[in-house]
Design a binder for this molecule. Structure first.
Ligand SMILES: Nc1nc2c(c(=O)[nH]1)N[C@H]1C(S)=C(S)[C@@H](COP(=O)(O)OP(=O)(O)OC[C@H]3O[C@@H](n4cnc5c(=O)[nH]c(N)nc54)[C@H](O)[C@@H]3O)O[C@H]1N2
Ligand SMILES: Nc1nc2c(c(=O)[nH]1)N[C@H]1C(S)=C(S)[C@@H](COP(=O)(O)OP(=O)(O)OC[C@H]3O[C@@H](n4cnc5c(=O)[nH]c(N)nc54)[C@H](O)[C@@H]3O)O[C@H]1N2
Ligand code: SF4
Ligand SMILES: [Mo]
Length: 696
């Protein structure tokens, strides 16, 4: 038997763990964590292991497809790649000629492998690149920028050396990042404390020293009271505060009314518990990580939750500290040349963006923009018409609220394309589907990881594609060739990699031994005196000029969230260890382990409604209903019901996921317009549902 192994990068979720793939006779036989990365401990998570089942899954698009019937009808014509590329290039060319390049929009799900397709967009001349982040971490990013002038990834989470970790809106043991989980477990064995603040006892809570059950949507109240207590008792890191934080006096005045006793009435967490928690936190400082959140697109004030978290980290002196939030290094910081960029081949398009970011909304970062505002522009033609849209590794019909509304927003498009490895609601609704090879069958461009120990890494192809699918670079090259961009039309993967590696002192073969190339010998912790925040003052700025100039308060007075009406519940959601977003529900291995989601509902509330554990119940909103099994439990707050996101698929080709579970995005009526004006993200949890027994 022919056996080999390949170092690659997992593609089952955004984390992109380094992996080693065993191949026997041209088939993937085993996937493990890359042994050269100690924190992987040789393991992957259950989803990482289930990647094997993707490759031969015949319930995914197997050739390029061009729509024959109406959008969403599911009538397709199989096409060759040449035909699909010609068709697309032709349509894009027509749109460009008639409406200008800006009428072409493109969204993806972010990540490190974007340089090539973003260059393609620049090459054709459109400013309308967006990623999915307004449905995910935009509030976190904007909170970080507003305080430090640096993005959320400018610091690392040094779990391994932490002494107290706080997870608020962050469920690390289920919304997994393998290295973070392993590092946190090691730290906990060495005595690190874990506090979980959540609306329900999740798996992280079950491992925590302290679990604080909070009323949904009141996290900002809790955090303001924590700041009050820190300042009142002078529990902050004095040298750090004096040297690096600007605006503490304003902060002190602002939080004066927000006492722990006041917060208790909002959050349900007693003033005594809050005080004990703050005392423990300060005792562990500066080796403290209060995680700023990840899927923090939840409420209209989530930006301020993230912002107060960063402020608390600063008061604890955890910025830059070992066991806290040390600053990452870029290649340049360690005296190395960065990768040569494809995007630098072209100037930045001068047109203003359709989503208004950068001109109408000046307090937001341009890069990924805000996709929900792009969709609004498609509907209103304001500031101009958008006529072609490519959803690239992105399923907005699953990931944004109210899919039927979103489809209406897309009505005027002349071309809707989906590039995807699996079926998705968006792919099914598209005019053209381009099948991307699964991550085990494709290679990526080289990427940079800014870290304590920065590195270059690459995804290697482990096996040849099972169906007629292609890698990202092959798709971009195929289109570039037809759209007058010969400099992006690469013939081989080596040509792509050699372009990027030019001048770095690294060559393609250097990735063979480990799948990555470290640019420093050991982790670098920057010295206290050498930090410089990227704000005008060089300090952390509590009062952000950029926010204030744009009519956004740096410190916003707290507003109490709505209480659900009798018989109604706030709809909340999150992740579990066995699935990723909407795209694993039909994975043969994962569907077998967990085929549907259940509705977490508080025992007392269920009793009032006469609902028992395991019973199928109706969930409804404005006359729309789906059904789901009830998980009756004491550990969820009585105001909320909770589901795992990503179920309730209704696509014919997905036999394993079809009709199983409930789709939370269908219960967010008006949700495309409900977003956090300060942080930019959709506020997904500002919606209520009615739960009832199903009439016999
Ligand atoms: N109602 C509700 N909405 C949500 C959420 C929620 O919990 N509830 N969660 C939000 C969050 S946190 C996010 S990140 C978004 C996610 O939503 P999206 O950004 O749309 O991401 P995915 O569903 O992970 O993947 C989208 C598509 O990309 C394709 N794909 C191709 N290659 C790859 C690859 O290498 N990796 C991955 N991951 N996908 C690939 C998959 O086939 C899939 O169909 O949804 C957000 N929307
Ligand atoms: N297994 C798995 N891992 C993943 C992913 C996946 O799909 N599956 N997706 C990846 C992606 S794209 C992302 S963005 C991250 C998301 O990572 P997280 O944001 O950590 O994950 P979630 O499960 O969405 O939400 C975390 C917790 O927020 C809680 N919560 C809900 N409402 C409130 C509230 O009002 N207050 C408080 N304090 N807590 C509340 C939920 O109960 C949940 O336990 O995970 C990443 N990792
Ligand atoms: S956390 Fe799991 S699914 Fe995500 S990249 Fe790592 S191994 Fe893959
Ligand atoms: Mo996300």
């Amino acid at each position: 038997m022919a056996k080999s192994s390949v170092y690659s990068v997992c593609g089952m979720c955004t984390v992109r763990c380094p992996i080693k793939v065993q191949v026997e006779n041209g088939q993937v036989s085993f996937i493990e964590g890359n042994p050269h990365v100690p924190a992987m401990k040789g393991a992957v998570c259950p989803r990482g292991a289930a990647g094997i089942a993707l490759v031969n899954d015949n319930e995914r698009p197997q050739t390029p497809l061009i729509r024959e019937g109406e959008r969403g009808e599911g009538k397709w014509r199989k096409a060759s790649w040449d035909e699909a590329f010609d068709y697309m290039a032709d349509k894009l060319g027509q749109v460009k000629e008639k409406y200008g390049a800006k009428a072409i929009a493109f969204t993806d799900r972010g990540g490190p492998f974007r340089d090539l397709h973003r260059a393609f967009l620049r090459g054709i001349g459109t400013p309308n690149y967006n990623n999915h982040d307004s449905s995910c971490a935009r509030n976190v990013q904007h909170a970080a920028l507003s305080l430090t002038g640096m993005g959320r990834k400018a610091v690392a989470y040094d779990f391994k050396n932490a002494k107290h970790v706080v997870l608020q809106l962050r469920n690390i043991f289920e919304a997994v990042n393998v290295q973070e989980v392993n590092n946190l477990m090691d730290a906990m064995e060495d005595g690190c404390q874990l506090t979980v603040i959540d609306i329900r006892a999740n798996v992280s809570a079950s491992k925590a020293n302290t679990f604080l059950k909070i009323r949904p949507g009141t996290d900002y109240a809790f955090n303001l009271a924590v700041i009050h207590e820190i300042l009142n008792k002078r529990l902050y890191d004095q040298p750090f505060k004096d040297r690096y934080i600007d605006g503490v006096r304003e902060l002190e005045q602002f939080v004066a009314p927000y006492t722990p006793e006041w917060a208790e009435t909002e959050t349900g967490i007693s003033a005594g518990q809050l005080r004990r928690f703050v005392k423990a936190l300060a005792a562990a400082a500066p080796s403290v990580i209060w995680h700023p959140g990840w899927m923090a697109a939840r409420y209209t004030d989530s930006f301020y939750v993230c912002r107060t978290i960063y402020i608390i980290n600063a008061l604890m002196g955890s910025y830059g500290a070992k066991g806290g939030l040390p600053f990452v290094s870029k290649p340049g910081d360690v005296g190395r040349a960065g990768l040569k960029s494809f995007m630098d081949l072209y100037p930045k398009p001068e047109e203003k963006r359709a989503d208004g970011v950068g001109w109408k909304y000046k307090h937001f970062e341009e890069g990924p923009g805000l996709a929900h505002l792009l969709y609004q522009a498609m509907e209103t033609d304001d500031p101009y018409q958008i006529k072609a849209y490519v959803a690239y590794r992105h399923d907005p019909l699953m990931g944004y609220p109210e899919p039927e509304r979103l489809k209406k927003m897309w009505e005027k498009l002349d071309l809707l394309v989906s590039v995807t490895f699996s079926w998705s609601d968006t792919a099914w609704y598209s005019d053209v589907v381009l099948p991307l090879s699964t991550y085990l069958e494709r290679e990526s461009i080289v990427a940079t990881k800014n870290a304590l120990k920065p590195q270059f890494f690459v995804r290697h192809r482990a096996v040849e594609p099972c169906y007629d699918s292609k890698s990202d670079w092959e798709i971009v090259s195929g289109l570039a060739k037809r759209m007058g961009l010969p400099e992006l039309a690469f013939e081989t993967r080596e040509d792509v990699w050699n372009f990027q590696l030019e001048g770095t002192g690294v060559c393609i073969e250097d990735f063979d031994a480990k799948g990555m190339v470290s640019l420093a010998d050991k982790p670098i912790y920057k010295a206290f005196d050498s930090y410089k925040f990227k704000t005008p003052s060089g300090k952390i700025e509590i009062i952000s000029k950029k926010l204030e100039e744009n009519g956004i308060a740096s410190l916003k007075p707290y507003e109490s969230p709505k209480k659900p009406k009798q018989g109604e519940f706030r709809l909340t959601f999150g992740r579990c260890a066995l699935h990723t977003q909407g795209h694993t529900a039909n994975n043969p291995m994962l569907a077998e382990q967990m085929s549907e989601n259940v509705l977490w509902i508080n025992t007392k509330e269920a009793q009032k409604l006469g609902i028992s554990h395991g019973e199928r119940v109706a969930v409804s909103q404005n006359g729309y209903t789906e059904t789901i099994l009830a998980n009756v439990t004491d550990v969820i707050h009585e105001d909320a019901v909770f589901v795992i996101h990503g179920f309730g698929h209704r696509l014919k080709p997905e036999s394993r996921a079809y009709g199983k579970g409930l789709a939370d995005q269908n219960f967010m009526s008006g949700g495309m317009e409900v977003w956090d004006q300060a942080g930019g993200a959709i506020a997904y949890q500002e919606h209520f549902v009615r739960v009832s027994k199903i009439a016999k």
